[in-house]
Write a protein that binds this ligand. Sequence first.
Ligand code: NAP
Ligand code: MG
Length: 483
Amino acid sequence: MNANDFLSGGFAPAPESTDHFEIKKTYDLYIGGKWVKAAKRFQTTNPANGEVLSEVALAGKKEVNQAVKAARKAYDEIWSKLSGAERGKYLFRIARLLQERAREFAVVETMDGGKPIRESRDVDVPLAAAHFFYHAGWADKLTYAFPGAEVSPIGVVGQVIPWNFPLLMAAWKIAPALACGNTVVLKPAETTPLTALKLAELFEDAGLPAGVVNIITGAGETGQSLVEHPDVDKVAFTGSTAVGKAIRRSVAGTGKKFTLELGGKAANIVFEDAAINEAVEGIVTGIFFNQGHVCCAGSRLFVQESVADKVIKKLQKRMESLVVGNPLDKNTDVGAINSASQLERIKELVKAGKEEGACIWQPSGGVPRKGNWFKPTLFTECAQSHRIVQEEIFGPVLAIQTFRTPREALTKANNTPYGLSGGVWTDKGSKIFKMTTGLNAGVVWANTFNKFDPTSPFGGYKESGIGREGGLHGLSAYCNLSH
Ligand code: NAP
Ligand code: MG
């Protein structure tokens, strides 16, 4: 593909090079410290141009069983017996190796998933390394983390992750599990398996004992076999609410522990006293970061009526300047939609928005011819009952509503089956306090949006899931604590 096939928003093309690492033609499963072949394979493609990147092994029931067995053996014979300080050494080593190969991981993440290189380089990879560093620090201090409790590992953890932050979600899952003395079988998403497989290469380089982490690639059925496996002690899942519900049903009565990080429909609330230019930047970050493929995306905007016209005009002007195109180009703001099926879902909901009477606006620029693309989009004249207001779109589509009083903003914002995140923009600390305590959401940002840190617990209420990841809350989900 030629970099000039893409639009570059008036900038000279500045593509990141792809000649400094290798994506193998085929990848096997990483089980018990070995690369294991499977009977079937599937392709992973670059959603920005449709090119096949690699053929990846598809784990069936037999391989899932093999991986769980390897994890059990490593748990019984090695990992649960190692001191916290020793476990910490491995985690520090993994974190440092990831930093050393940061460029390679960022480029592969962008090629496999479609997100802008600026994001994989500046957000996904550094945060993934930060998660390993943070949890490395806890590995030998668990008794201080939970004073008065006896802390022990849970056992074998089955982890299933989505395609929107493939490496980062792997780090969120693997780092705390290992810090607490558990072993892992992880299944990445079908469309984005490559950085998890590269992470397995890095575990080899770190000398991580065989079977402590096993990476099995496949689709939904592979995930289902893993979470239903009787020898898995805990299930950690990030993905859609529909699959989360199915998993909760399947673990019911089994005694398995579980955490579920599911969908969201966050309210981003802008008051008339907010710093408007900063708020506009926050709205853009909230919904267009990672093409809106973000569970905590600020996909519902509530603007106080007195400043609504001003905010929307400034937002439209800003959206005209967003560069949509080659994800590998360092100027790109909005990359490719992760898969054809996700693009269809976005199109279906946008069609419903128009049919139900909301008013669509998109910037004037085009999108590349090849690959999966959707223009940054906003809807005004939205009603609470509209599908685009109620359902998670998981794309670069913002639904705007207005409000007059803080109370009205809260009532409207909380009118959702989800409860993952929210944002408040105001000059007044008292309003921040009122809104952040009134919003039924696990994470609420004030005068900023989409900020993440390994020390800060993340997770939702209601249909956004159960349990937290990150911080002490996230750590506790990977331990048995007895007082
Ligand atoms: P998904 O269909 O639920 O898939 C998530 C993962 O589960 C993938 O690895 C998937 O495999 C696997 N899977 C599918 N069916 C399964 C089953 N029956 N049993 C076990 N595993 C199964 O979700 P997605 O469409 O990939 O991701 C988007 C959704 O995830 C959005 O709703 C988003 O809000 C949510 N999400 C939430 C968070 C959070 O932290 N709360 C973070 C990111 C995303 P395949 O991909 O191979 O089919
Ligand atoms: Mg892919």
